[in-house]
Ligand binder design. Structure first.
Ligand SMILES: [Zn+2]
Length: 139
């Protein structure tokens, strides 16, 4: 099945990232709690219990799992994706200068546009395949 995310998401906002952590296995007392994860750019891409601790950076797309309670999300992000523009700024959302925020937003929107184009292409390909099958069936 094609994953239908045919709209621009607001994951560049920390509060929107916080909302994605529904079954995060760590509590607020742990270093890798939801707030710290979201502030470090991560959102949850968990689909169930098995991958409950899988998170992805909203900007560079780096996916990380196998988190431990004492992991520092910023440090992990930095060690696994040093080139990420968000990591390089190294600031929480409310500490970003407007120009920094806009530069992040621009990059995010550019990534999202590419993602939407890919999803649209997949959907179109599937439709085309279905039409072709129907046509062949009739011949
Ligand atoms: Zn990143």
């Amino acid at each position: 099945m094609v994953n239908l995310h045919l709209e621009i998401r607001d994951l560049f906002l920390v509060e929107e990232r916080v909302k994605t952590f529904k079954n995060w296995p760590f509590s607020d007392n742990n270093t890798c709690n939801v707030r710290n994860m979201a502030e470090a750019g991560f959102y949850s891409i968990a689909t169930g219990i098995d991958d409950a601790d899988t998170a992805k950076c909203f900007l560079c797309g780096k996916e990380l799992d196998g988190w431990e309670a004492s992991d520092d999300p910023w440090a992990e992000h930095k060690s696994h994706a040093a080139k990420c523009a968000f990591v390089q700024l190294g600031k929480k959302e409310d500490e970003l200068l407007l120009s920094e925020f806009l530069s992040i937003l621009k990059q995010y929107m550019s990534n999202e546009t590419k993602r939407l184009a890919e999803v649209t292409k997949e959907l179109t390909d599937e439709k085309a395949k279905a039409v072709r099958r129907r046509c062949l069936g009739r011949n």
